[in-house]
Design a protein around this ligand. Structure first.
Ligand SMILES: NC(=O)c1ccc[n+]([C@@H]2O[C@H](COP(=O)([O-])OP(=O)(O)OC[C@H]3O[C@@H](n4cnc5c(N)ncnc54)[C@H](O)[C@@H]3O)[C@@H](O)[C@H]2O)c1
Length: 311
């Protein structure tokens, strides 16, 4: 079975490397193409058997699954290039949040899914966000979730939840890494500890905290209660965070949702140049205020170990 990756930048290459490392795909299963073909060729050199194409249509033709690993505004060109070689049996997966499933369903005959990955999949970790179009059948969903289970924890959600869920799972690693940077910079500046040492300590702490909140069976409230002993230093620190961070997160969510809406508008104009507005926006999905309660479906997929090639 062929699986195509169109766009082999940061995320396309990461997915290919991770699927191969997990054993879920073999190099001979994979076709890759990229606007600058040298990137796809480098992957073929790294993984003998993988086929690199200079044409997106050639990569897509005959592939059971076609991953589109390109940026939002590159979609119209790529769709125009591959439309004629796609059929209704193929599954086209967009890894890009603002590209709406209904836009792709209107443009191509294939079954459409949106799967938003995360850099954490390179260490076989993190949630992949799975959103399915109306043409996806249960067996297609099983296939995609088996594949994604080999490198991540697939979580099914509604398209309206894409932005906030992606903030947490896909942008989140960068947000948390930035918080750690600032914390380590302040630590180095105010106390004299080395920046590298502070980063190392913080990174080990993040790893352990993630484990406690997943396999360790603790929720944030329980974890805080165990750490913040009454009258101790942690409780004082949490009071400081509480008074400052709520506003920061409100602004963060507002900003990412504005950017999302902006991308949706630009895409709409590119896909439908003559049709004015009536677009979905993040405000259709959730209030653009901090008190949103994301109604996260959180449906766990069937258990696919993905240890062996599933194709
Ligand atoms: N990087 C992440 O952590 C992450 C996480 C989740 C989702 N995403 C989404 O994945 C998408 C790609 O992100 P990225 O970080 O890999 O970006 P990137 O810029 O590293 O990669 C995009 C690749 O697409 C190629 N490309 C552009 N136009 C093309 C065309 N017409 N035909 C073939 N290839 C073309 C570019 O040459 C580039 O190699 C974005 O929409 C992003 O939102 C990224």
């Amino acid at each position: 079975m062929k699986v195509a990756f169109i766009g082999t930048g940061a995320m396309g290459s990461l997915l290919i490397d991770a699927f191969l490392r997990s054993g879920a795909l073999l190099p001979q299963n994979i076709c890759a193409s990229n606007r600058s073909p040298s990137k796809a060729k480098r992957l073929a050199q790294r993984h003998p058997g993988l086929r690199a194409y200079s044409s997106n249509a050639e990569a897509a033709q005959g592939s059971k699954i076609v991953f589109l690993c390109i940026k939002p505004l590159d979609y119209p060109d790529v769709i125009a290039e591959i439309r004629d070689v796609l059929d209704e049996k193929q599954i086209v997966v967009s890894i890009t949040s603002p590209v709406q499933i209904e836009t792709l369903e209107a443009a191509i005959p294939s079954k459409i899914a949106k799967i938003i990955p995360s850099i954490t999949h390179s260490v076989h970790s993190g949630a992949s966000l799975c959103i399915y179009g109306g043409r996806i059948r249960p067996e297609d969903r099983l296939l995609l979730e088996q594949l994604m289970s080999s490198i991540s924890t697939p979580i099914t959600l509604k398209e309206s939840e894409t932005r906030i869920a992606s903030d947490l799972s896909s942008c989140g690693p960068a947000f948390v890494a930035h918080m750690l940077q600032l914390w380590a910079e302040s630590a180095a500046e105010l106390t004299g500890i080395g920046y590298a040492e502070a980063i190392a300590l913080g990174s080990e702490m993040l790893l352990g905290t993630g484990k406690l909140l997943t396999e360790g069976g603790l929720n944030p409230e329980q974890l805080i209660e165990r750490v913040a002993v009454p009258g101790g230093v942690t409780a004082e620190g949490i009071a400081v965070l509480d008074s400052s961070l709520r506003e920061v997160f409100a602004r963060l969510i507002d900003t990412t949702h504005r950017k999302y809406d902006d991308d949706i508008s630009k895409l709409h104009a590119l896909f439908h140049p003559a049709i004015p507005d009536a677009l979905p926006s993040s405000s259709d999905h959730a209030p653009s205020c901090p008190e949103r309660e994301a109604p996260f479906a959180g449906v766990k997929p069937p258990d696919g170990s993905g240890a062996a090639s599933i194709f």
